[in-house]
Write a protein of this length. Sequence first.
Length: 342
Amino acid sequence: MTHPQNLRVVLASRPVGRPKATDFRVERAPIPEPAEGQVLLEVQTLSLDPYMRWRVSDEKSYAEPMQIGDVMVGGTVARVKTSRHPDWREGDIVLSSAGWQHYALSDGSGLRRLDPEMAPPSTALGVLGMPGLTAYVGLLNIGQPKPGETVVVAAASGAVGSVVGQIARIKGARVVGIAGGPQKCAFVKEELGFDVVVDHHAPDFAQKLAEACPDGIDVYFENVSGHVWDAVLPLLNDFARVPVCGLIANYNDGPADRRGPDRLPATMREILSRRITLQGFIVFDFPKEQEDEFLRVAGQWIREGKLRWREDVVDGLEQAPEALIGLLEGKNFGKLVVRVGD
């Protein structure tokens, strides 16, 4: 596929509530030329992730907000098209942060060489990438599951939740997944091997979750918030651990006067009375050595058939805005990626 110009998607306006396609703009620009010490990357696959909703907001967060007109941020798998850097060769396949565009320049920092013979390169954006590492460090450092404990995972068919549950099973825990719809629930139960799966769309969801956790919940991996958290909170055991990874049910909330009920007083009361550990985290909080450990251990689990994954592939960079909007509403099934190049 030849791109005479660099097709890219930029932030056109800050979303208010649910993002709209018009909050993004597709542009064409000249393909940049690498200077000495740089490489030109040709993006093949783009990762879409919930954190992107935070980055387009101007509210205070763990990272600086994007500015209007910036190329949308995102992890990518790319091919080195042209190299003027001694450490990189034309044709190398790399993990990069090129964002929503066909071509990008890099000075080599932050690139990781990928071996397509070891695993499909797109796995570096999912099960062997940031989502997989997020699951690994959040569950093992904060959740600390013990054999026989009950671990509940929200968004269990997604990029992070699917890995959390499988690792918890490997560690000997009993795993209850929460997913949306019969197809996703069947995948989590039959393909990923969770012990029980509960559909959060069911009208009696809270009752079904309580029945699935007769001994309460020892670890809850939070990806969602909203009505899922409302059902989980009464079931948390004394000294339960709650790694807070995401709150996707709230990402599209509009102004404060249109938001849902205030859950904070009830939550704080239960945290105190049951001595619950509730800790937010960002994957980059943890040392680089743990990433190396994760890649080694997860690679072995994949070779042994203990760790599986599913991708939801969208074709064409122009489709990325609508795909991200759908991701925030739970329309994806598995790790969402955009096939940008060949």
